[in-house]
Design a protein around this ligand. Structure first.
Ligand code: IMP
Length: 194
């Protein structure tokens, strides 16, 4: 089965392709739709509403079933920030500045619990469905590792004690990540009839 994946993030698309390998689901990213050049709206206050907003938009524009995800990092000591604003947390809105700002805000802070969350939404002729995955961990005191993207260098997942997310292989990350846990539900979401 073929679905559009509403993303232009090549790294994310690569992770999801690996997560879905062998599932029989093929994803086409927005790069396959050069006419769809506009920014896709994602201004809702929650991850699942944002994922639904993106998937609905792409389904309406293309007429093809679409899966979208919305993800981000919630830090308990910052009352859930950066949350849905994870991509544009710092004024520069890039990973090194976002990470530096987060480390700065947590300087001297012992409570460093955090989690990545990923909501997925499927929208097509059969309706709308959502699912979510989470990955619990701690914010490190300095960046480490070269893998992954975004906040991976400063996130210490509880499933791999002593290692940052950016120090994991893609397979190791996908096994425990918020995105892996969300997208592994996609085959059953597509089969669900309600
Ligand atoms: P998006 O809404 O899924 O594009 O994610 C928003 C932002 O959350 C990204 O730009 C990253 O800053 C952060 N993020 C989401 N997933 C990950 C991840 O797997 N690792 C690190 N950062 C992530």
């Amino acid at each position: 089965m073929e679905l559009i994946f509403a993303t232009r993030n090549a790294h994310k698309a690569e992770e999801v392709a690996q997560i879905l390998a062998g599932s029989g689901i093929q994803l086409l990213t927005l790069d396959a739709f050069p006419d769809l050049t506009e920014e896709i709206p994602e201004d809702a206050p929650t991850f699942d509403e944002n994922a639904l907003q993106k998937a609905r938009y792409v389904y309406q524009r293309t007429g093809l079933p679409c899966v979208a995800d919305d993800s981000g990092l919630e830090v308990d000591a910052l009352r859930g920030a950066p949350g849905v604003h994870s991509k544009r947390f710092s004024p520069e809105a890039d990973a090194p500045h976002n990470n530096a700002l987060l480390l700065h805000l947590l300087e001297g802070q012992e409570e460093r619990a955090a989690r990545f969350r990923c909501a997925i939404a499927v929208v097509g002729p059969e309706g709308e469905r959502t699912a979510e995955g989470r990955c619990e961990g701690q914010i490190a005191t300095a960046p480490r590792g070269e893998g992954g993207f975004g906040y991976d260098p400063i996130f210490l997942p509880e499933d791999y004690p002593g290692r940052a997310m950016a120090e994991l292989s893609m397979g190791e990350k996908n096994a425990i990540s918020h995105r892996g846990r969300a997208f592994r539900q996609l085959p059953s979401l597509l089969k669900r009839r309600d």
